[in-house]
Design a protein around this ligand. Structure first.
Ligand code: PRX
Length: 631
């Protein structure tokens, strides 16, 4: 992809300019640097009014040929995946491109042997062990659609995701190591599967070694199955617009939706954005600390680095175990050159000891990246100074599950840095700001962040419900993709993300729908109604604040609080547990019965003096009770 690599500000300007005057020619040139089985007939067809986007129409390819086969001749012996285990006492594993190719082919043959065919959905519920990346690629190899579910979700969440996309097979492990703890995986699958009739087979990888029950006729040890197959598996030629994967994400309403990405466009944009944002050179060691259960792991642990023939570090552990210098130790151990993590991790490590990174020179580091939530200036400066020793550029990358790849970001050290600003759009990305009525705002402005033109890795649909995709993203501002984020643009055209403007909370970089948490809380038999909002949290960015109405007087409020938390953990998972719960006798509602969340947000934020107009409330007295009972 060298000819499309941006190496200077002039290159960036030229690429951006061309991407607006000749988008099809621009993206055709980018796409031509990948390997296609047969070329596309047409670059782009789109109609945002119908939420329709198609790229490289009629082209055929397999993304794994681009991630693996294409590199074998030149860099077959180079490390593709560098796995660092949870426990530093255990050895890390270097998997070369050749070995990864072989292991992916074997895994693909295991799937085929179990009857998995092109277009079938496969659910991966796994720890951050090499088998997870291998399973992702094995699905792609045979054209099965992977749906990775983060290992912290509950059985109930797993049921919803498996059933929504009718997965035929689940790959899991006995358990999941996370720092000093081990959490169950197979038992969660066992709990889920009685409600998932589409699943015929479960493949179980060994990770923690704990005993698990195996149901005969359904459950198989992966290790045994891998021995039954050979390492030759031709890649299935896929249409550009065939789905590559589904990834569930939370929105403001209803259950999580399955965001669908397709083979051609996703490949082109994941490869292109990785090359230009991270500016990796041959022999660089790139480390993204995300979990493959999220889009960041899909695009920038697995696909982006491998498409570019780079070494990608995959880390099983957590930043604070055995101690909060674990990241810096790993960077030194493996000579990491680009390091990509989330503001929550940065803030928690900063809180664990401001000077801790000073004992680590980390001479290999060239670039630092941030993703998932707004990075505050204090954390940005600490990252730049203490971790990057003021010599590494910091890129703040803004994007979403739906965008497939990074849309706003610095490009290596090429574009100027501004603390806490995501910066400029990548070539091909027409980010605009609009006011509430959808009028475009020009120049310096603050507004709703929209995208005016398709890009190759744009969401194609929400699995099984295209209308939901249209309504969620393309209906609010007709003719535009609406991100759900508010943003500011300064006089230099740099964007600064303010945060979600819908009913989604960003907790530690994880998207959580307030409605989902409310529905979970309401499952508790003593709770009649609840309302959930976000509030600023020093470490997590946002915390979850729940206002809860109990249907009778319970004096043991602490016990009830714990029961409510346990209910949310059971229904969604630990990541959605409320940080604060306030019991109230009523919620501030308008006469039409709508909860005025604005008031609840102000109370949660502690800004009780600026509640605004409360005259339209059905019962203004409720506000008095809520403000005085704030926790
Ligand atoms: O609010 C934005 C925030 O995360 C949301 C997308 O979440 P998700 O789909 O889970 O993907 C996260 C990883 C790409 C966005 O709508 N967000 C993401 N990156 C940033 C960000 N907010 C501010 N700055 C960022 N760099």
């Amino acid at each position: 992809m060298s000819e499309l690599r941006i190496r200077s500000m002039a290159d960036y300007r030229a690429a951006y300019q061309r991407s607006t005057t000749d988008p099809e020619g621009f993206w055709a040139d980018v796409a031509a640097s990948f390997h296609w089985r047969s070329p596309w007939a047409k670059v782009l067809e789109w109609d945002f009014a119908k939420a329709d986007t198609k790229w490289f129409i009629g082209g055929r390819l397999n993304i794994t040929e681009n991630c693996l086969d294409r590199h074998l001749a030149e860099r077959g012996e180079m490390t593709a995946l560098l796995w660092e285990p949870n426990d530093p006492a255990q050895s890390s594993e270097h998997i070369s491109y050749r070995q990864l190719h072989e292991r992916v082919c074997r895994m693909a043959n295991v799937l085929k042997r179990q009857g998995v065919k092109k277009g079938d959905r496969v659910c991966l519920y796994m720890p951050m062990i090499p088998e997870l990346a291998i399973s992702v690629l094995a699905c792609a190899r045979i054209g099965a659609i992977h749906s990775v579910v983060f290992g912290g979700f509950s059985a109930n969440s797993l049921v919803d995701r498996i059933n929504d996309s009718q997965c035929v097979l689940v790959i899991t492990s006995d358990g999941i190591r996370r720092g000093a703890k081990s959490i169950p995986a197979k038992p969660v699958v066992d709990e889920a599967l009685p409600s998932c009739p589409s699943v015929k087979t479960v493949l179980v990888a060994k990770c923690t070694g704990e005993a698990v029950s195996m149901r005969s006729g359904r459950d198989l040890w992966l290790e045994d199955e891998l021995k039954q197959v050979d390492a030759d598996c031709p890649a299935e030629p896929m249409d550009s617009e065939d789905p590559l994967f589904i990834l569930y994400t939370s929105g403001s309403t209803g259950k999580p939706k399955g965001v669908v990405h397709t083979c051609g466009g996703y490949m082109v944009y994941a490869g292109y954005s990785f090359a230009n944002v991270f500016q990796c050179e041959e022999n660089d060691v790139f480390w993204c600390t995300a979990d493959i259960g999220w889009i960041t792991g899909h695009s920038y642990i697995v696909y982006g680095p491998l498409l570019n023939g780079v070494t990608s570090v995959m880390f099983e552990g957590v930043p604070t175990w055995p101690d909060p210098t674990r990241f810096w130790q790993v960077i030194e151990k493996h000579g990491v050159t680009q390091f990509y993590t989330a503001p929550t991790a940065i803030r928690s490590l900063m809180a664990a000891g401001h000077d801790l990174p000073s004992s680590f020179a980390m001479p290999s580091l060239k670039l630092l990246g941030s993703v998932g939530e707004p990075i505050n200036e204090e954390a940005w400066h600490w990252y730049h100074e203490q971790v990057g020793k003021k010599r590494c550029a910091v890129v703040d990358t803004w994007w979403q599950t739906e965008t497939g790849g990074i849309l706003l970001s610095g490009l290596g050290s090429i574009t100027p840095m501004k603390p806490a600003h995501a910066g400029l759009p990548l070539p091909g990305i027409r980010t605009i700001l609009v006011d509430q009525q959808g009028n475009e705002l020009h120049g310096e402005a603050e507004g709703y962040l929209c995208i005016d033109f398709p890009w190759p890795s744009a969401i194609r649909t929400t699995w099984g419900d295209h209308e939901r995709c249209r309504l969620n993203y393309f209906a609010q501002y007709p003719g535009r993709y609406f991100t759900g984020d508010g943003a500011k643009r300064d006089a230099d055209g740099f964007f600064r993300i303010i945060g979600r403007v819908d009913d989604v909370i960003n907790v530690s970089g994880h998207r959580i729908g307030t409605a989902e948490v409310e529905n979970a809380i309401d499952e508790h038999p003593d709770i009649v109604e609840s309302a959930v909002v976000g509030y600023p949290h020093d470490i997590k960015g946002q915390g979850i604040y729940a206002f809860v109405i109990c249907d009778h007087v319970r004096t043991d409020k602490d016990a009830l609080r714990n029961e409510v938390i346990a209910t949310v953990e059971r229904i969604i998972g630990k990541i959605a547990r409320p940080d604060k719960i306030q019991f109230v006798s009523g919620l501030p509602k308008t006469r039409s019965g709508k909860i005025m969340r604005r008031i609840l947000r102000k109370v949660a934020e502690g800004e009780m003096n600026s509640l605004g107009d409360t005259s339209t409330l059905l019962d203004p007295a409720v506000v008095e009770e809520i403000t005085s009972g704030r926790v």
